[in-house]
Design a protein around this ligand. Sequence first.
Ligand code: ATP
Length: 199
Amino acid sequence: MFSVGLTGGIASGKTTISDLFAKLQVPVVDTDIISRKLLEPGELAYDQVRGHFGASILNAEGKIDRARLREIVFTNQSEKSWLETMLHPLIYQRSHDAIVANADADYVLVVIPLLFETNFQALVDRILVVDCLPAQQIERLVRRDHIDESLALKMLSQQLQNSERIARAHDIIDNRSAEADLESQVEILHNRYLELSRV
Ligand code: ATP
């Protein structure tokens, strides 16, 4: 089963790009969606988080308050490590299962925001990195999430630099210009992946 991991910094355009692959009927496995699902009531990670942080981590509906959880791990390194050590193997296994479940497709696109940071390379055969300028990431993040520029800058500073991702990419998609310019790049990559999947 051929799989391509799509990664890139925050607000670099991963979802925009994976939507274009999905339009070409490529199955998309999104590790962010898997992670969110794992934190829903009844799921393994829900019980772990509730047990670790106590009931104060739940909102009025009894669900995990994701904003609160994000805030805790953003400011506390040991809690961040605890969460990642618990969550990452679960995300890896679910992603692997989702790839295998699409065995009849030519290839699967797996969106993995923290591909290098989490060492998820073994999950995929090929790595596609989205590139754009840090200033564009900040601008797009502020516009999309209505957050302060200072918070956006802080979020960006906690990530790998784009150049570090690019150095480890098999393919690069350039998202420095208009969104409309992505479609033709995705088509070229799609044809490349179809060929590679048949080797
Ligand atoms: P995250 O890391 O938060 O998951 P992401 O990498 O999936 O984000 P997107 O959500 O696809 O990024 O894009 C971030 C924002 O930037 C979105 O609002 C999207 O519409 C916008 N955007 C993406 N590409 C471009 C572009 N080339 N020009 C202008 N805006 C863009």
